[in-house]
Design a protein around this ligand. Sequence first.
Ligand SMILES: Cc1cc2nc3c(=O)[nH]c(=O)nc-3n(C[C@H](O)[C@H](O)[C@H](O)COP(=O)(O)O)c2cc1C
Length: 439
Amino acid sequence: MSLRFFLDKAKQHHLLTVISDEVDPYLEMAKIISRMEDQPLLFERVRGHHQHVAASVCGARENLALYLGVEMDQLLFILAEALAHPSTPTVVSSGPCQEVVEEQIDLDVLPILTHLPQDAGPYITAAVAVTRDPDLGRNVAFHRLLRMDRSHLVARLVEGRGTDTLLKKSPGDVEVAICIGNSLPVLVAAATSPPPGEDEFRIANALRPTSLLKCRTVNLEVPAETEIVLEGRFTGALAPEGPFLDLTGTLDIVRPGHVIEISCITHRQDTIYQALLPGGQEHKLLMGLPQEPTIYAEVSKVCHCTNVLLTPGAGTWLHGVVQIEKRGTDDGRLAIDAAFRGHPSMKHVVVVDDDIDIYDPQDVEWAIATRFQAERDLVVLGDQPSSSLDPSATHVPGEKTRTSKMGLDATIPWDRPSGEPRSQEQRQAFKRIRYDPGG
Ligand SMILES: Cc1cc2nc3c(=O)[nH]c(=O)nc-3n(C[C@H](O)[C@H](O)[C@H](O)COP(=O)(O)O)c2cc1C
């Protein structure tokens, strides 16, 4: 399964916009991608480069569902199934990603976008990095990569995650394979954080068959249908990384990043380079989507959870809505605590009943307006570990970011303010009355 398969699907469904005018990867392309509101794009003429560039392939939840052949509200469940039952990919002996082996190492052959004048330089943003931990096995994760020179990149590694943990315990060089131009299952799987020791390619393979191919100069495997593979190693050196526009739409700070030296570049014939707009809907969706099943799993331990959504207004990362079929008075509160356990970066969560459409912000607001009493239904948790992406949180270098958190139980209150229980019939008074939609 390849990026091309999904581009073809987008074309079949008249979702793909093909841009045949020449476009500059320096600032102009990012401007166009942001203007097109995350619809799938294919740039056919890129200034200074012969490759095509695909962007915003999965910028909308609806498109992702369409490509995977499921209803939008089923995305959570197919991902949960893949996380629960990963399957080992086949290893093949040859594949399209090695159709061409570049003779020289020159990253400037790639149409790497510079997104904003404030950015530190050109950034590869849709790259999935493959490493092997001696104790835990393969790790696959997104890492944004700043072009340093023709053969070096600087990677942003979030502290405490797979790649960072590997580098901290490895005294020498660490081999890496960087995949650019990936299938949607690979993109989604790379964004998950499964338990240590689980291989994200097994999750991708459970979503759709994803055969692997051994790299040429490093002892790692990559999806055989990847468009471009950069083989190399983390050298142990650090170099400044940032500024860079992050998920929240604010500029991330300059930090020491990890230097990668590239030793081999392979790619498909007629390569399609993949771009991902920093802070765009695709970035947000890929970040948030894999967290929804983990929230669902935690909430399901304490009550009957029916759906979960991380909302785009908060980067599909910091705010969530949890839908439950309430079966006990305290289910809303129990769901709040469990949801924070399921996604520790979440800052605010609203719990609603199953008559509320979690994809409609107005419906969620209506539940808060008509079912929620702050004094009774608001949970505030002070000084909690949280996301490094929230500019309003407390950031101390070398320490976990801290924040206060808020949970709103906007489910129908089963008790009156006096504490006396409401009957089934009395609870019905909280239901929305709708006009007959018929003529
Ligand atoms: C579009 C996108 C960009 C990301 N960029 C980075 C990044 O630059 N650095 C990083 O450490 N994680 C980044 N992540 C998150 C990693 O993929 C995530 O941390 C990974 O799931 C961690 O898994 P691990 O603990 O198995 O390494 C990004 C995720 C997405 C979806």
